[in-house]
Design a protein around this ligand. Structure first.
Ligand code: CU
Length: 163
C-alpha cells in the first residue's frame, strides 16, 4: 500500500513541477520580450503604469491619450510607436519627448524630457507639474539627404494643460 502512496506522491510532484515550469516559461517570455522582437520595458501591456498618460511619438505628431492632467505628480508613458514602418528614409528614427511649460512671457521652458527613443522603445517620465499651459514636444533634429529635419517644425508638438 505504501508503494501506491509513493507513486501517487511522485506523480503529484511531477505534475506540480510541470505547472511551475510552464509558469516560469510564460513569465520569462513576457519579461525578456515585449512581443515585438525588441528589448522592451518588461511589461506585457503598452499602457504603462496605472494612472499614466500614454504619449505616442510618430512621424510627425505627438499623440497623448489625454490633453490635460491634475497638478502634482504626472507620469507620461512615452512610446515610439513601431506601427509605422518607414519605407523611405524620411527620418524620424529617433524621437524625444520634451515637456515644456509656457511662462508668463510666453516662452516655453523645458521642465522634463526623455531622449533618444528608437522605434519600439518606451520610457516613463514622472514629473511634478504646477498648473499652467504646457506643450509636449519633440525637438529632435537630424540630417536626411543633406537636409536638416526639425521634428518640431514637422508637427511634433501638441498643447497640454495642467489644471
Ligand atoms: Cu521626433
Amino acid at each position: 500500500m505504501w508503494r501506491m502512496d509513493l507513486k501517487a506522491r511522485v506523480e503529484l510532484a511531477i505534475g506540480l513541477a510541470v505547472v511551475a515550469l510552464g509558469t516560469l516559461l510564460l513569465v520569462s517570455a513576457c519579461g525578456s520580450d515585449d512581443g515585438h522582437g525588441h528589448a522592451g520595458t518588461g511589461t506585457m501591456t503598452s499602457n504603462g503604469p496605472a494612472g499614466s498618460i500614454q504619449v505616442k511619438l510618430v512621424n510627425w505628431a505627438v499623440e497623448p491619450t489625454a490633453t490635460s492632467a491634475k497638478a502634482g505628480t504626472v507620469t507620461f508613458h512615452v512610446v515610439h510607436d513601431m506601427q509605422h514602418m518607414h519605407t523611405t528614409n524620411e527620418g524620424g528614427n529617433v524621437h524625444d519627448l520634451q515637456v515644456a511649460r509656457k511662462n508668463a512671457d510666453g516662452i516655453f521652458e523645458i521642465v522634463g524630457q526623455v531622449q533618444g527613443l528608437k522605434m519600439g522603445d518606451t520610457r516613463d517620465l514622472t514629473l511634478d507639474l504646477a498648473p499652467g499651459d504646457y506643450e509636449l514636444q519633440c525637438n529632435a533634429t537630424e540630417e536626411v539627404n543633406g537636409q536638416v529635419v526639425a521634428h518640431y517644425v514637422k508637427g511634433m508638438h501638441t498643447p497640454f494643460k495642467v489644471l
